[in-house]
Design a binder for this molecule. Structure first.
Ligand SMILES: Cc1cc2nc3c(=O)[nH]c(=O)nc-3n(C[C@H](O)[C@H](O)[C@H](O)COP(=O)(O)OP(=O)(O)OC[C@H]3O[C@@H](n4cnc5c(N)ncnc54)[C@H](O)[C@@H]3O)c2cc1C
Length: 385
C-alpha cells in the first residue's frame, strides 16, 4: 500500500496533483523552495481538456466567477488588425474555455489543498531523494512515491533522467496586464485576439471577471543575456519593439502599468518519465513553448491522470507504467505542435502568409478542436490491462 506521496514544487502541477490525491485520501506533502507560492501578474487560458478535470475535482465552479469565458478567438493581421478568421468558444455548457489570472488559479489550488488537510512546507529546496529511499528496496518502492513538479528548470530531470540544459528558443515574451477601464470602449477587449506578424505575435484576452486585459507579446531575439528568466520590462522598449503594429496593440501597451520580459526556453524531448519511485510531471516532464496555451493544461492532465490511476489500482508499478505511456505520448505531441505553431505564426514570406491565412480560414476551428477535445479520463479507460 502506498503510504506517502511527496511532491516537489508548488506550481500548478504540484498543487493540482495535491488536490487530486487528497480527494482520494492519500497522504501527501508538498515541498516548495520559495517562502510562499510566488505569482507575478499574468493571465492563463484553460481549455476544455483541462477544465473538465477541474470540474471533476470540484474546482471549476469556484474558478469560473474569478475568470472570464471569452466568446471567440480572433486571428488578425499585425499591421491593420483585420480579422483573418474567428472561432467561437464556450458554445456549449460542457465546453468551458476559461481565461484567468494565474494568481487566482494558484490561490484556489493552494487553499483547496490546505482545506483538504494537505501538508505544504515552504522554504524547503528538495535536492535529492534521500538515501533511505534512493536504494529502492521492493518495500520502499511500493510505499513511497516522489513526484518532481519542479518546473522547466527541473534539477530532478537533470539528475535522474536526462542531463540536458534548457536552451534559449530565440524568442522572448513580454507579459502585462491593463485595467479595462483605462482602454477605449470596444467589444474586442472581451475576446481572445491573436495578432500575427513576421517577427512575432501578440495575444490579448480578458481575465479577472473581464475587468483586466492580459497580453503576451512574442518577439524574435538573438540572445538572452540575463541571469534570470524573467525581468521587469520597460514600456518604451516594448512600444519600440512593436512600433509598426496596429493601433489596438499600441493602445494596450501604452496603458500597461507593469510589464515583464521572459526568455522562452526549451528542453529536449525525454524518453521516460519514471525512474524507480520518482516521476516527472508538468514543465519538468514536457516544457512547451506557449503558442498553443497548453503548458498548464498538460500539467493538469498529468496530475489528474496519476491520481486517477493510483486511486483505482494498488499495483504502483502498473500505475507508473501506464502514466508514463499516456503522458509521454501526449507531452511529445503538444511539444511538437506548439513549436510548429510558432513557425506558423511568424511567417514573413508573402506567399506563405497567404497560404497560412487560407489554412486558418478553412481549418482554425479543427486545429483548435484537435487539441482541446483530448479527454484523459477516456484515455485511461482505453488502456489495455
Ligand atoms: C508567456 C507564457 C504564457 C503561458 N500561457 C499559458 C496558457 O495560457 N495556458 C497554459 O495552459 N499554459 C501557459 N503557459 C505555461 C504554464 O505557465 C506552465 O506550463 C505551468 O506554469 C507549469 O507549471 P509547473 O507546476 O509544472 O511548473 P512551475 O510553475 O514552474 O512550478 C515549479 C515550482 O517548483 C518549485 N521548485 C523548483 N525546484 C524546486 C526544488 N528543488 N525543491 C522545491 N521546490 C522547487 C518552484 O519554486 C516552483 O514553485 C504559459 C507560459 C509562458 C511562459
Amino acid at each position: 500500500m502506498l503510504k506517502k506521496i511527496n511532491i516537489i514544487g508548488a506550481g500548478i502541477s504540484g498543487l493540482f496533483l495535491g488536490c487530486c490525491l487528497k480527494k482520494n485520501n492519500f497522504s501527501v506533502t508538498i515541498y516548495e523552495q520559495d517562502r510562499d507560492v510566488s505569482e507575478y501578474g499574468a493571465g492563463i487560458n484553460l481549455s476544455k481538456n483541462a477544465t473538465i478535470l477541474l470540474e471533476k475535482t470540484g474546482l471549476l465552479e469556484n474558478l469560473i466567477p474569478l475568470g472570464y469565458k471569452p466568446k471567440r478567438v480572433n486571428f488578425r493581421s499585425f499591421n491593420n488588425g483585420k480579422i483573418i478568421n474567428s472561432v467561437l468558444l464556450n458554445k456549449e455548457r460542457d465546453d468551458v474555455f476559461l481565461s484567468v489570472n494565474r494568481k487566482d488559479l494558484i490561490d484556489l489550488l493552494k487553499n483547496t489543498y490546505l482545506n483538504m488537510g494537505g501538508e505544504l512546507i515552504f522554504g524547503k529546496k528538495f535536492n535529492e531523494i534521500n538515501n533511505s529511499t534512493e536504494s529502492f528496496s521492493d518495500d520502499e518502492r511500493k510505499s513511497e512515491l516522489f513526484v518532481a513538479c519542479d518546473g522547466i528548470r527541473s534539477e530532478f530531470r537533470q539528475k535522474y533522467f536526462l542531463n540536458d540544459e534548457p536552451k534559449f528558443s530565440n524568442l522572448i515574451a513580454w507579459r502585462g496586464i491593463v485595467s479595462k477601464k483605462n482602454l477605449s470602449s470596444h467589444s474586442l477587449w472581451n475576446e481572445i485576439n491573436i495578432h500575427l506578424g513576421s517577427d512575432g505575435h501578440i495575444v490579448h484576452y480578458p481575465i479577472s471577471k473581464g475587468e483586466e486585459i492580459n497580453f503576451v507579446a512574442i518577439k524574435k531575439q538573438k540572445k538572452w543575456e540575463k541571469e534570470t528568466w524573467i525581468s521587469e520590462g520597460n514600456k518604451i522598449e516594448l512600444l519600440s519593439d512593436f512600433n509598426s503594429w496596429n493601433d489596438t496593440v499600441m493602445e494596450l501597451f501604452s496603458k500597461s502599468y507593469k510589464t515583464h520580459k521572459w526568455g522562452l526556453f526549451e528542453r529536449e524531448s525525454i524518453k521516460k518519465l519514471v525512474s524507480n519511485n520518482l516521476i516527472l510531471m508538468g514543465d519538468a516532464a514536457h516544457p512547451v513553448l506557449p503558442f498553443l496555451a497548453q503548458g498548464a493544461c498538460l500539467a493538469i492532465e498529468d496530475a489528474y491522470c496519476l491520481a486517477e490511476l493510483l486511486s483505482k489500482n494498488d499495483d504502483l508499478i502498473y500505475c507508473l507504467k501506464k502514466y508514463e505511456k499516456l503522458r509521454l505520448k501526449r507531452g511529445k505531441t503538444i511539444q511538437f505542435r506548439s513549436k510548429l505553431q510558432g513557425s506558423f505564426n511568424h511567417l514573413s514570406n508573402g506567399f506563405l502568409v497567404f497560404f497560412r491565412n487560407l489554412i486558418l480560414k478553412m481549418f482554425a476551428k479543427y486545429i483548435q478542436k484537435s487539441i482541446h477535445k483530448y479527454n484523459v479520463m477516456d484515455e485511461i479507460k482505453r488502456l489495455p490491462n
